[in-house]
Design a protein around this ligand. Structure first.
Ligand SMILES: C[S@@+](CC[C@H](N)C(=O)[O-])C[C@H]1O[C@@H](n2cnc3c(N)ncnc32)[C@H](O)[C@@H]1O
Length: 245
């Protein structure tokens, strides 16, 4: 019975764009509130949990950013890497649905007299097609269910100018020996479960982003892996791709 009700609901939503928009708006409102609440601890928690490797995976991207580049950070959160890019002289734009997250970015920029454009909006509503030299989706695509992630990747890839770069720092799929693989799965699922309990992410598989790039008009150039405490199993990755179409 429950299955029939959900199936009917899904059918209704897909056949009625207004209902779907309403549902997306409701979901975003919930997500926005939950990320607002997480703004004060998010970065510190990520640092401890990842033995600072989340930061390293984002700092790695600076190698591909030149002073003056137009760089967009999607789901920028507290923006540690956006501040690094601004220090480098890039023209930085940060988008996030959580104003509390952007307030943290603003505070950090202010402390160093740096500036960036901060926009509180759903990334889907950002219409600067082919505008950016670099678009970075860091630990962002991971907050979506598979189908929504594919749509978000496809849309946000169009924000990069042809020949520009799309970069993704995020969790990595398991690799290495069986123990390393088990650690990766256990450690990353534990975090996903905790985030799910806080209403920050849905439960989903660990995405193989490079697999989805060709359909988004992207070509993988380089993948750098980051290990737990630098020497343990691979947990994070920094993917650099080019927009080819
Ligand atoms: C897991 S956090 C990652 C934050 C940051 N990029 C980092 O690496 O630390 C995901 C961020 O995406 C934001 N977000 C979620 N859905 C969004 C959407 N549809 N549009 C824009 N931002 C969104 C959340 O508010 C949150 O700050």
């Amino acid at each position: 019975m429950n299955f029939l009700v959900s199936a009917r609901r899904a059918e209704l939503l897909s056949s009625n764009p207004k209902l779907r928009d309403l549902q997306v708006a409701k979901q975003n409102e919930r997500l926005e509130k939950n990320y607002d609440r997480a703004a004060w601890f998010y970065e510190r928690a990520a640092k401890v949990y990842s033995t600072n490797q989340i930061r390293s995976s984002k700092r790695f991207q600076l190698k591909y950013i030149e002073p003056g580049d137009k760089v967009l950070y999607l789901g920028a959160g507290t923006g540690e890497e956006a501040v690094m890019a601004a220090r480098l002289g890039a023209e930085v734009t940060c988008i996030d649905i959580s104003q509390a997250m952007l307030d943290v970015v603003q505070r950090k920029l202010g402390q160093e007299s740096l500036s960036a454009e901060l926009i509180c909006q759903d990334a889907f509503d950002h219409q600067r097609i082919a505008h950016y030299d670099v678009v970075a989706s860091n630990y962002f695509l991971n907050v979506f269910r598979r189908q929504d992630m594919i749509k978000m990747l496809g849309f946000t890839a169009t924000l990069v100018r042809p020949g520009g770069r799309y970069m993704v720092a995020d969790v990595a799929r398991s690799q290495g020996n069986i123990l390393a693989q088990a650690f990766n799965i256990f450690y990353l699922k534990l975090a996903m479960f905790a985030f799910w309990m806080l209403g920050l992410v849905p439960l989903h598989e660990n995405y193989d982003y490079c697999k989805f790039f060709p359909d988004a008009g992207l070509e993988t150039e380089h993948v750098e892996f980051f290990r737990y405490a630098k020497i343990g199993p691979v947990l994070f990755q920094s993917i650099v791709a080019r927009r080819v179409t």
